[in-house]
Write a protein that binds this ligand. Structure first.
Ligand code: COA
Ligand code: AMP
Length: 630
């Protein structure tokens, strides 16, 4: 079937479309209907079903004869390790960990925070929670103690599962002190913690609270899968919003299973048994959906990669992994390829490897710049597929659906909407805009299965953030346009979210940190263009009268503070002191204009600007801190 026909079959009868997709899942009680709209505009899918995610990801494959197939390949150039874990072995590992958690009182509905690097035990922890019906919340290792503390207080976990350390090129990141610091900062205290002791650094455990993972699972009785309702939360994943308080995206169990399974063939073009690789991190939604859940549910082999695109040991790592493990389909962020391209512009490493196993590469998380795509196309002679999605959605909404039909690739566009998604571009008054005109990108409600039904403990915030600006639609927070062929173009965010190396961060959150410095009177953080990371944050601080410290010291305090409070992942290294910030006469900081100045883009002088001279001062300040326009 062609893409057009598949999309139309969904349009003609969305519920029948998803009920058909649901047949691929093993249910304890099959759904009798797909959509539950009683509480519209809040929707749920398959709420009347009973099902277990871990059973579908692991146990059923063992039962159906895939026990010996490799479920995970752990490839860690950073520790020089390659290890394969079969579905049968995974079942034992997960059931045992689930048994140990159960013995400590973890049960359906309890929250468990997971704070781990890219090791197989991180997947064990997620799947063990799913096995018990416990709700995991994975926190990315590059976040600092304060960010972890905020999540502990919001999710109120019964337990925290962590590793003693993560490994970054050239340094060991001790996770345990960060976890201890977070627990100290948080008001809520978990009952207990489990710590995976890695040989690169063993952590000191707190008696009575912390358990060494090895001892914890040693004598555990394996636990069975607990069937849960279709609308039972599978997990909470926090993502950046406009303020420093992250949004707890909730994922319901049944829709997650149905939608993810559907995407593996129809989008990513793999069949059960094929090797699939998503080079991301377990702390991001890509890690949840496409390192852990979707490939397993669909019966694929998934690669857990602990390394970087360059430097572990070189810019040929991606190609080595693809050849060595026979990867058929690969997914990562454009920034990773920008890093590879910078180190290997003429593709010398590409030539060293036999990449005939690879059918195509997918990119997401930020705008895929045409230069990088063209370089990849030239080097690989394979389809390079940009696709668009968000943590909230859990999988792509707009994509070139290779598994159905490879459509024309248009550079700069993630292509066309998938079944489940009706994309619209609206003006400020909520009116649809014609093809080619820029506006707010929205999705017609209801969103399809597997997307967020609400925010954890924050239904009001969910309504305000996503449903109120354009009634009847989900507001994506992105701005862009749709062309005459129905291809979508993402141009910018409409809020304070920036994308640094594919990592979603809030400039508002960084401003909150800077504003807490005793010498800072007011501040602005903007995202400027960076040739490698896509965007980088730059901070501008105005000081209180009577601030005594030298400016250099205040700037380095600010850089340190963001690293301490948000984490190294923010890559906040550019900051300067300015006398004033450009504002409108009503006092609104003109961040958008500042971005344009930084990026040397043409801009219209805002009619309401208080004093245009300040814009020159911003330009000078940027030059002084060495920000070179791209
Ligand atoms: N635990 C602890 N610290 C971490 C971390 C983790 N899991 N991940 C990153 N960090 C730290 C890094 O060590 C670095 O610290 P530094 O300031 O001391 O150098 C900082 O956070 C920024 O890291 P990163 O964004 O990885 O930048 P980098 O300069 O080390 O590497 C790239 C640049 C492009 C190679 C890298 O960003 C990359 O591989 N990006 C791909 C992103 C991706 O897969 N995104 C998923 C979305 S699909
Ligand atoms: P995240 O929730 O971290 O996945 O970030 C989602 C945001 O990243 C989107 O709202 C977009 O702003 C951006 N994004 C993701 N994929 C793409 C893409 N293919 N092209 C442009 N922007 C993208």
């Amino acid at each position: 079937m062609a893409y057009r026909d598949v999309y139309k079959s969904w349009q003609d009868n969305p519920e029948a479309f998803w009920m058909k997709a649901a047949e691929a899942i093993d249910w304890d009680e099959a759904p009798k209907k797909a959509l539950f709209a009683d509480n519209a505009p809040l929707y749920e899918w398959f709420s009347d079903a009973k099902v277990n995610t871990c059973y579908n990801a692991v146990d059923r494959h063992v039962k159906n004869g895939r026990g010996d197939q490799t479920a995970f390949i752990y490839d860690s150039p950073i520790t020089d390790t390659i290890r394969e874990i079969s579905f049968a072995e995974l079942q034992t590992r997960v059931a045992t960990l689930a048994g140990a958690l159960k013995a400590k009182g973890v049960t359906k509905g309890d929250r468990v925070i997971i704070y781990m690097p890219m090791v197989p035990e991180a997947m064990d922890a997620m799947l063990a929670c799913a096995r018990l019906g416990a709700v995991h919340s994975v926190v990315f290792g590059g976040f600092a103690a304060n960010e972890l503390a905020v999540r502990i207080d919001d999710a109120t976990p019964k337990a925290i599962i962590a590793a003693s350390c993560g490994l970054e090129p050239g340094r060991v990141v001790e996770y345990k002190p960060l976890m201890d610091g977070a627990i100290e900062l948080a008001t809520h205290k978990p009952d207990f913690c489990v710590v995976l002791q890695r040989e690169q650094h063993r952590a000191e455990l707190i008696e009575g609270r912390d358990h060494d993972w090895a001892d914890f699972v040693k004598d555990a009785t394996p636990a069975d899968c607990v069937p849960v309702e279709g609308n039972h939360p599978a997990y909470i994943l926090y993502t950046s919003g406009t303020t420093g308080a992250p949004k707890g995206v909730v994922r319901h169990t049944a829709g997650h299973l149905v939608a993810l399974n559907w995407t593996m063939k129809n989008i990513y073009n793999v069949d059960p048994g094929d090797v699939w690789w998503a080079a991301s991190d377990v702390g991001w939604v890509v890690g949840h959906s496409y390192i852990c859940y979707a490939p397993l549910i669909h019966g694929n082999t998934s690669i857990i990669f602990e390394g970087k695109p360059v430097g572990t040991p070189d810019a040929g790592t991606f190609w080595r992994v693809i050849e060595q493990h026979n990867v058929k389909s690969f997914f990562t962020a454009p920034t990773a390829f920008r890093a590879v391209k910078r180190e290997d512009p003429t593709g010398e490493f590409v030539k060293k490897y036999d990449l005939s196993c690879l059918d195509q590469i997918f990119l997401a998380g930020e705008r895929a710049d045409p230069d990088t795509i063209i370089w990849m196309q030239d080097q690989l002679q394979k389809p390079i597929i940009d696709h668009w999605w968000q943590t909230e959605l859990g999988y792509p909404g707009v994509c070139n659906p290779v598994g159905i039909e490879l459509l024309d690739v248009k550079l700069g566009s993630p292509s066309v909407p998938l079944p489940g998604f009706t994309m619209n571009v609206l003006d400020d008054a909520g009116q649809p805009l014609p093809a080619g005109e820029l506006g707010a990108i929205v999705i017609k409600l209801p969103l399809p299965p597997g997307t967020l039904p609400t925010l954890w403990n924050a239904e009001d915030r969910f309504r305000k953030s996503y449903l109120e600006a354009f009634p009847g639609y989900y507001e994506t927070g992105d701005a862009g346009m749709i062309d005459e062929d129905g291809y979508l173009y993402i141009m910018a965010r409409t809020d304070d979210v920036i994308n640094v190396a594919g990592h979603r961060l809030s400039t508002g959150g960084m401003e909150e940190v800077l504003a807490a410095h005793p010498d800072v009177a007011e501040c602005a953080v903007i995202g400027v263009t960076d040739a490698l990371k896509g965007q980088l944050p730059v901070g501008f601080v105005c000081l209180n009268n009577g601030a005594t410290k030298p400016h250099d010291e205040i700037v380095s305090d600010c850089v340190k503070l963001v690293r301490e409070k948000i984490g190294p992942v923010a890559a906040f290294k550019l900051c300067c002191v300015v006398d004033r910030l450009p504002k409108t006469r009503s006092g609104k900081i003109l961040r958008g204009t500042m971005v344009k100045i930084a990026d040397a883009e043409p801009f219209k002088m805002p009619a309401t600007i208080d004093d245009p001279v300040i814009l020159d001062e911003i330009k000078v300040a940027l030059t002084q801190i060495g920000y070179a326009q791209p």
